[in-house]
Design a binder for this molecule. Structure first.
Ligand code: AMP
Ligand code: ZN
Length: 112
């Protein structure tokens, strides 16, 4: 999709600190990390949010979670948090779905 930041990172048109790839996903470090490990796992195909991805490509939706778990393990974390923001009202700023993997520090609940 034209003008989508994460499509451009997937395509290699914009640099990303890529840590893991699978057939359908790419994982790269968040540019503004909120934890010692903060990685975004995205489908290579463009979907606006997690629900659209789950409806349109369930296999890729599952692969995001298994990819995130693989990155967590590779970085030595048994405990981690996975987050999807959906909609501007809860802080979604990039409308190419991305699973946040956060780990490496204590976390509170509920989230802010
Ligand atoms: P969200 O607020 O859920 O839409 O998350 C978007 C995330 O993308 C934020 O955590 C940003 O820090 C991150 N981000 C924005 N631009 C880049 C980039 N060029 N490379 C890596 N992460 C980015
Ligand atoms: Zn995109």
């Amino acid at each position: 999709m034209d003008d989508c930041l994460f499509c451009k990172i997937v395509a290699g048109e914009i640099p990303g600190d890529i840590v893991h790839t699978t057939e359908r996903t790419v994982a790269f470090r968040d540019i503004n990390p909120q934890a010692p490990t903060h990685v975004l796992v995205v489908p290579k195909a463009h979907f606006a949010n997690a629900a659209d991805l789950a409806a349109g490509d369930p296999q890729a939706s599952a692969e995001l979670v298994t990819a995130a778990a693989a990155v967590a393990t590779a970085e030595g974390h048994d405990d981690y948090r996975l987050v999807y923001n959906t909609g501007e009202g809860v802080g979604q700023t990039v409308f190419h779905t991305h699973l946040h993997l956060l780990a490496g520090r204590p976390m509170t609940w509920p989230p802010g």
